[in-house]
Design a protein around this ligand. Structure first.
Ligand code: GDP
Ligand code: MG
Length: 452
């Protein structure tokens, strides 16, 4: 997450008034420098950022707006490589072949699944995964499970060599007209020649359009160093930073593109399949400045939420007809959007909430389990009409769901509140009200809109 970095920028911006003097600017940049270094941004990147921002702000006149603009421009500059691809790019002639490489445990296999899910759900592509990590039986098993969960085709053969399986997979992709082929490879605990040789061979056979180096964000500057080595030895065209949701400080994402000379293409921010984000500089800058990433959120929602269904649901909510079936259906939809933490981080002014919420697990929280147990004990009529539930029916439900009557009452009350809240939010300006409430709870409004 970008919380720590966003806080650093917010603090610095807060130190400068609408019109101000160079002393205030110095104070703001000195503090910013300190906190960026603390967030594990490389010192050269920090130095470059600070000196440019100081220079540009002075040139246009010291004041909040010019400082903000200078920061925004420089950040965009730092996160962009001229002419380099952004997010996922497709080859002119399908299939687009991507080789996933990296150290053991960096998140290659998980990221392969996430990418496949992203391409299938958001880009509506036909995706094939090739399991070329044949070192460990468990690795193939892990990929099998992931592929079957997201319903993506997998080519795996424990007996084959990595190059054979890649050849076999590419043939299949060609014949069966796949759009994208993702190849998961073996890693090692550290960089060694044997690994590099194997990867070089796989690369020769696969002739990939992209080579994504998957790096664990929690390893900080080590992620940058290993990426540099892989770039020299194998050649990479993009980096994916996994485990960005961890308590890493996030600074590595800021410098990586310039340091390695290869664009950061994706960020992994959770263990679940939807927890992957394209790294698009403008959007990231917007988030770093505390303005959220509405575009990214809308994109994700558009791909997962059926607009007709959403409209039908809104109508029901407005009429107060929201029932238990709808409730469960909504839960399923939410699950597809990704972890609560990653969603909140994209809503303007809610970045801090994300920190407080932690990771609400929609599948496994006790409350959700109770609700599911309860709903499955209901008759169809009861599911459709929560008002039917009198005391006798409640006792029957409690027994059926293995809950205390007290729990049943609590769940029903929560459901009533949720449906009231939903009704409120569905009115015009409801979402705005909610946001205002949230930002008041955080003890401060969001940042003003950033001038473009
Ligand atoms: N929290 C979190 N965990 C991740 C993320 N990506 C991968 N992991 C976890 O990291 C561990 C290693 O991932 P795996 O894909 O098996 O790594 P590989 O050895 O490079 O294939 C697994 O437990 C994953 O669930 C991420 O973005 N966030
Ligand atoms: Mg693996």
């Amino acid at each position: 997450m970008f919380d720590t970095l966003t806080d650093s920028f917010k603090n610095a911006i807060g130190k400068i008034r609408f019109h101000d003097d160079e002393k205030a600017l110095k104070k703001a940049t000195t503090e910013l420098k300190k906190s960026l270094l603390k967030s594990d941004v490389h010192h050269k990147v920090v130095k470059d950022l600070i000196s440019t921002v100081e220079l540009e702000t002075k040139k246009h006149g010291v004041g909040k707006d010019n400082f903000l603009k200078a920061l925004q421009d420089k950040l965009t500059d730092i996160l962009t490589l001229e002419g380099a691809p952004k997010g996922f790019t497709f080859a002119s002639k399908p299939p687009t072949v991507v080789l996933m490489i990296g150290l053991q445990g960096s998140g290659k296999t998980t990221t392969t699944g996430k990418l496949a899910y992203f391409l299938k759900e958001q880009k509506k592509k036909k995706v094939l995964i090739i399991a070329a990590d044949l070192q460990r039986l468990a690795a193939v098993e892990q990929l099998k499970q992931i592929a079957s969960n997201i319903e993506v085709e997998l080519v795996a053969d424990e007996g084959a060599t990595p190059t054979d399986i890649v050849k076999h997979g590419l043939d299949k992709a060609e014949k069966e007209l796949y759009d994208v082929v993702l190849i998961d490879t073996a890693g090692r605990l550290a960089i060694d020649d044997e690994l590099m040789d194997e990867l070089a061979e796989v690369k020769k056979v696969a002739n990939p359009d992209d080579l994504f180096y998957v790096a664990d964000a929690m390893t900080g500057q080590d992620a940058v160093r290993t990426a540099q080595t892989f770039k020299e030895k194998i050649g990479i065209t993009g980096v994916v930073l996994s485990k960005f949701d961890g308590d890493g400080k996030g600074g590595v994402a800021l410098g990586l593109t310039q340091q390695v000379g290869v664009p950061l293409r994706f960020i992994g921010n959770g263990e679940k399949m939807p927890d992957l984000e394209q790294f698009i500089a403008d959007r990231i800058v917007s988030r770093l400045m505390g303005a959220g990433d509405v575009e990214g959120l809308a994109e994700r929602a558009a791909a997962t939420i059926d607009p007709k269904e959403a409209k039908r649901m809104t109508q029901k909510i407005k009429k107060g007809q929201f029932n238990f079936n709808d409730f469960l259906a909504q839960m399923e939809q939410m699950k597809k959007l990704g972890s609560m933490k990653s969603i909140m981080g994209m809503i303007p002014g809610m970045g801090n909430m994300a920190k407080q919420i932690g990771d609400m697990d929609l599948e496994n929280s006790d409350e959700i389990k109770q609700i599911k147990a309860l709903v499955s004990s209901m008759t169809l009529k009861e599911r459709e009409n929560p008002d039917l539930l009198n005391n006798m029916r409640k006792r029957r439900l409690a027994a059926g769901a293995g809950l205390e009557p007290m729990h049943v009452n609590r769940v029903l009350k929560q459901f009533k509140n949720a449906s009231k809240m939903a009704k409120k939010m569905s009115t015009k300006g409801g979402m705005k009200q909610m946001q205002d409430m949230m930002s008041q709870m955080q003890g401060g409004g969001g940042l003003p809109n950033i001038p473009r």
